[in-house]
Design a protein around this ligand. Structure first.
Ligand SMILES: Cc1ncc(COP(=O)(O)O)c(C=O)c1O
Ligand SMILES: [Zn+2]
Length: 487
C-alpha cells in the first residue's frame, strides 16, 4: 500500500490544507465572507479499492481509504503500527462502552415483509436496512468520532501535533447520541471533553456523560446570542479559545466525515455482495447532515473505484417540524430549473410546503433535472450556492420539534454536500409528517425486532412517504439506515 497525498480542499474557496498542516479541520476564512467553507477530501486515493471482505474492524478494513492512514504513512508510521494503534484504541472503546462494544461491521439485512407492504415487489426489488443500533454507544455517531480520535493519535504519534496541542480539551455541542459517543471515545482515548448541552437536556444522558468523565456545560440562550443553537455558539467559542472540535459537523471539522464514511463503505460492499444489482435509492435522515454527507461520499467513492455499479438516488429526510435542508435543496433546484428553462413545468415546492403535493412537485423537478441538468450545470448551481450560503441555509424558526429528537438541528451544517448528493444522483428530499415518523419507528420495530428510535427510523419514514405518494417503482431496491437505538 503506497502513501496517498493527505491534502484537504475547501469546497467553498479552494483553500488547500497541505499534508503537513497539523489541525486540518476548518477553512481559515470560514465564517468571514458569507461563503460555505468545508474542508473535504478531494477524492479517493489513486489506485484505491474498497475491500469486499477482510477484517471485521471497519477502521482496519477500510484504512487505506482514510485520511488518518494517509497521514500516518506519509509521516513514516508503518501499516502494522497504524493497525496496532487502531486496535488499541478500539479495545479501549470496548472497555469504556457500557456494553463492551468495539467497532465491527454492522448488520445489513432485508426486510421483505415491509418492502412488500411498500409495493417493492419486483424480482430483485425490496427494502434493506443497515442496522447501527448495536454500534458503540448505540448509534452510528461514534464512527465520526473514532475517525477523529485515530487522526489525533496518529498526529501525536508522528509529531505532527506537539504535546501542548494534544493536551487541549476536545469539544462538542450535543445532548444526545453524538455527545454519548464522543464521551465514550474521548474517555477511551484518555482525552478531556467539554460537552455543550441545552438546559433541558435529558437527565439520564447528562448522568451518563458525567459518569464518562465529560465536562457538561449547560447553555441557556443569552440576550446577545445570534440566531441559531446557543450550544453551538458556546462550542464555537470554546474552539476559538483552543479546544479541538470533536464534533459531528463537517463544517467545523471536515475530518469527521472520514470516520463516518465507514458506514457507507460497508453498505456499498454488503449490498454488492447480494448480487442483486445496484441499489436504486437510499433514504437518509438529516440533522446536521454529516451522516448523509459521509454516506454520500462513501457511495460515490465506491462507485468511482468500481465497487458499485452506480450511486443510488439519495433522499434526504427531515420532519415536518423543521426542514432547513429541504428548503435549501428547493432553493438550489429552483434556481437550476429556472436557468435551464423548465420553471413553467417543474417548479420545486415552495420553501415551507410539507404536504404530498409538495413531494410530488419536488419529485417532478428532480426527475426533470436528472435529464436536463448536466454535470457542469449542477456544479455551477452548487458553486453559486456555496458563494452565498445565506441564500440557501439559515436557522429554522421556531426551533423544530418532533419525536425524532436527534434530527432537530435548526441548521443543516453539511447542507451543501447533501444537496450536491441529491442533485448528482437524481434524488430529492422528503419531509416526513409527524405521524409517519412515529409509524416508521413502530413498523420498523415490528418488522425487524430492532429496537430503533424515532430518529433512527426517520429515513424509513421518508420511504413510507415516498411509497404513499406513489414515487417508488415496484422494481426499486431501497436501503435505509437504522441509526440509533431506542433508549
Ligand atoms: C440516531 C441518529 N440518526 C441520525 C442522525 C442525523 O445525523 P446528522 O446530524 O449527521 O445529520 C442523528 C444525529 O443527529 C442521530 O442521533
Ligand atoms: Zn474556504
Amino acid at each position: 500500500m503506497t502513501a496517498p497525498d493527505p491534502s484537504l480542499v475547501c469546497t467553498g474557496c479552494g483553500f488547500v490544507a497541505a499534508a503537513d498542516q497539523p489541525l486540518p479541520f476548518r477553512c481559515p476564512i470560514a465564517g468571514r465572507d458569507g461563503r460555505d467553507h468545508v474542508l473535504a477530501r478531494p477524492g479517493p486515493p489513486p489506485d484505491a479499492a474498497v475491500p469486499a471482505d477482510g477484517d471485521v474492524q471497519p477502521f482496519v478494513r477500510y484504512r487505506a481509504l482514510s485520511h488518518a492512514w494517509a497521514v500516518a504513512r506519509r509521516r513514516g508510521l508503518s501499516d502494522d503500527a497504524f493497525v496496532a494503534l487502531v486496535r488499541d484504541l478500539d479495545a479501549a472503546v470496548a472497555a469504556v462502552d457500557g456494553e463492551g462494544r468495539g467497532f465491527t461491521i454492522t448488520p445489513y439485512r432485508a426486510a421483505p415483509a415491509l418492502g412488500a407492504a411498500l409495493g417493492l415487489t419486483g424480482d430483485r426489488a425490496g427494502l434493506w436496512i443497515k442496522d447501527e443500533t448495536g454500534n458503540v454507544a448505540g448509534s452510528h455517531k461514534a464512527r465520526h468520532l473514532f475517525g477523529l480520535a485515530i487522526y489525533l493519535a496518529v498526529a501525536e504519534r508522528t509529531g505532527l501535533i506537539d504535546a501542548a496541542t494534544a493536551a487541549r480539551p476536545l469539544a462538542i455541542a450535543s445532548c444526545g447520541n453524538a455527545a454519548l459517543a464522543a464521551a465514550v471515545v474521548a474517555r477511551a482515548a484518555g482525552r478531556r471533553l467539554r460537552v455543550f448541552v441545552p438546559p433541558a437536556a435529558d437527565p439520564p444522558v447528562v448522568t451518563r456523560l458525567v459518569a464518562l468523565g465529560a465536562e457538561v456545560e449547560p447553555c441557556p440562550r443569552r440576550d446577545d446570542d445570534p440566531p441559531g443553537d446557543p450550544c453551538y455558539h458556546r462550542f464555537r467559542a470554546a474552539v476559538d479559545a483552543g479546544a479541538l472540535p470533536f464534533c459531528c459537523q463537517g463544517s467545523d471539522n471536515g475530518l469527521t466525515i472520514d470516520g463516518g464514511m465507514t458506514l457507507g463503505l460497508e453498505l456499498a460492499t454488503q449490498d454488492a455482495a447480494l448480487g442483486a444489482g445496484p441499489l436504486d435509492r437510499v433514504a437518509i435522515q438529516i440533522g446536521g447532515g454529516a451522516l448523509a454527507s459521509a454516506t454520500i461520499q462513501a457511495l460515490t467513492w465506491a462507485h468511482a473505484v468500481g465497487a458499485a455499479a452506480r450511486p443510488p438516488a439519495i433522499h434526504a429526510v427531515q420532519t415536518a417540524g423543521g426542514f432547513p435542508l429541504v428548503r435549501a435543496w428547493r432553493r438550489v433546484a429552483r434556481g437550476l430549473v429556472t436557468r435551464l428553462g423548465g420553471a413553467a413545468a417543474v417548479a420545486p415546492a415552495a420553501d415551507h410546503a410539507d404536504d404530498r403535493a409538495a413531494l410530488a412537485a419536488d419529485a417532478a423537478a428532480a426527475r426533470w433535472l436528472a435529464t436536463h441538468a448536466d454535470a457542469d450545470a449542477i456544479a455551477g448551481a452548487l458553486d453559486a450556492a456555496a458563494r452565498d450560503r445565506a441564500s440557501a441555509m439559515w436557522p429554522w424558526q421556531p426551533a423544530p420539534t418532533s419525536a425524532a429528537s436527534g434530527i432537530l438541528d435548526d441548521e443543516t451544517y453539511d447542507w451543501l454536500a447533501v444537496v450536491r448528493g441529491m442533485l448528482t444522483t437524481g434524488g430529492w428530499p422528503v419531509v416526513a409528517a409527524e405521524a409517519t415518523i412515529v409509524a416508521a419507528r413502530d413498523r420498523g420495530h415490528a418488522a425487524t425486532g430492532i429496537a430503533v428510535s424515532a430518529t433512527g427510523a426517520a429515513g424509513l419514514a421518508g420511504v413510507l412517504e415516498l411509497a404513499a405518494a406513489g414515487q417508488l417503482a415496484a422494481t426499486d431496491r431501497v436501503a435505509v439506515l437504522f441509526t440509533g437505538v431506542q433508549r
